[in-house]
Design a protein around this ligand. Structure first.
Ligand SMILES: *[C@@H]1O[C@H](CO)[C@@H](O)[C@H](O)[C@H]1NC(C)=O
Ligand SMILES: *[C@@H]1O[C@H](CO)[C@@H](O)[C@H](O)[C@H]1NC(C)=O
Length: 379
């Protein structure tokens, strides 16, 4: 058995050393705290610094808020418009056969002097991880650490009529018939280009925020599923979908509009699964209308004013405001099974806002009737 050397009062050398060290550390800490406390009180009142000049952001008399630096940009990101399956309805047979509207990526960069954020809303089903990684990689090559994982937000409008094949996951690859390079490249290029344009257009400006409720433009496509939510939770809301629209308006210091960005919860499925044309659907159509209004005389996709209508919590929110009806009778489908007495589920179709069973027109008409409401709200 090891025999420990006793120093005093039955404590070992190690115990004594530790005790001494502990006392020393405590003394040092107390001294440091005391020094810091006295130095703080010694400084007295803060010396008045000369007002720091802000060369890029001139002071504004009407409001005390410091202006932001704001940039907006739009770039085409239309992928291959033929033979490639469309992303959204998960149907490999629904392949592209032409263009209804071109697809765009719209970028917004905001800098408050301390932090910078990039928000992109692109006419695409959704942003895949692969797409995001490729965009971030391209941005890194161009901008180093300026635009990176934690300040770049990419969002898809959720159009169901854009080219598929830009996912790295098997399930998506099955319906898109594989990973398609020709699909992802124009998306990466378009998104990066829209950020480039926004980056190059940055100037001092202001942001106005507006919120409102927009009824009559959306509908819960699964009301019976919604009823499975706890009753006390449902009582907290007026509707069974979120009707809130949030709009950010961007202007220069002269008050001229630079762009606008809005969020509204509705699926971009005004073009249904029989559609074969690449289309930006209702969100893209709303952007088109507002941009045409602001960029007078310019062709679609051109002009400085950028209007982004982006998706939000749109799960189960349909733009087909007349709801599911039986195409043969015009009567509502079976509530639980979405089926019709004659024709079953195949006969049950979503209608609205303007189309009715008897007047169901060209599919392009369904898009043109759905969005003007939210377009008008942002005017
Ligand atoms: C709908 O579903 C319910 C419950 O599963 C079933 O009892 C009913 O027969 C179905 N109705 C139709 C029209 O398919
Ligand atoms: C899709 O839209 C077209 C055009 O409005 C319509 O003729 C067709 O019945 C719709 N199909 C379904 C399944 O809703």
């Amino acid at each position: 058995m090891a025999c420990r050397k006793k120093v005093c009062c039955g404590a070992s050398v190690l115990e004594v050393t530790l005790a001494v060290l502990f006392t020393l550390m405590t003394a040092v800490s107390v001294t440091l705290i005391a020094v810091m406390a006295t130095r703080k009180t010694d400084t007295g009142p803060e010396p008045t610094l000369p007002p720091s000049p802000e060369p890029t952001l001139p002071p504004s008399p009407e409001t005390p808020h410091k202006p932001y630096l704001i940039g907006v940009g739009r770039a085409d990101c239309t992928g291959p418009p033929a033979e490639i399956p469309l992303m959204g309805y998960a149907s490999p047979e629904q392949t592209a056969a032409g263009i209804h509207t071109r697809l765009y990526s719209r970028a917004f960069i905001i800098d408050d002097g301390r932090r910078r954020v990039v928000f992109v809303t692109a006419d695409v089903g959704m942003i895949s991880q692969r797409l995001r990684l490729e965009v971030l990689q391209a941005l890194k090559v161009k901008y180093g650490d300026l635009y990176r994982q934690d300040n770049v937000v990419l969002s898809g409008t959720h159009t169901h009529s854009g080219p598929a094949g830009y996912f790295q996951y098997t399930l998506f690859m099955i319906t898109s018939k594989g990973y398609i390079k020709a699909s992802i490249e124009p998306l990466v290029k378009g998104i990066v280009k829209s950020i480039d344009i926004a980056h190059g257009s940055m100037k001092p400006g202001r942001i106005y925020r507006s919120r409102g409720e927009l009824d009559g433009s959306s509908l819960n496509r699964s009301p019976h599923s919604y009823l499975n939510n706890p009753e006390d939770e449902r009582h907290r809301y007026k509707w069974n979908t979120d009707k809130q629209v949030l709009v950010l308006k961007f202007t220069g210091l002269d008050g001229d509009g630079i762009g606008m960005l809005s969020w509204f919860a509705v699926h971009a499925v005004s073009m249904n699964l029989t559609n074969r044309m690449v289309s930006s659907d209702n969100m893209g159509y709303a952007s088109y209308l507002l941009e045409q209004d602001k960029n007078r005389g310019q062709l679609p996709g051109q002009g400085d004013f950028v209007a982004g209508f982006s998706s939000s919590n749109l799960g189960d929110v349909s733009p087909n405001t007349k709801g599911p009806r039986c195409a043969n009778t015009g009567l509502p489908c079976d509530y639980l099974n979405s089926s019709c007495p004659v024709g079953g589920t195949k006969m049950c179709k979503a209608f609205g806002p303007e189309t009715t069973c008897s007047t169901a027109r060209e599919s392009s008409d369904t898009t043109s009737t759905v969005k003007p409401r939210s377009f008008m709200l942002t005017q």
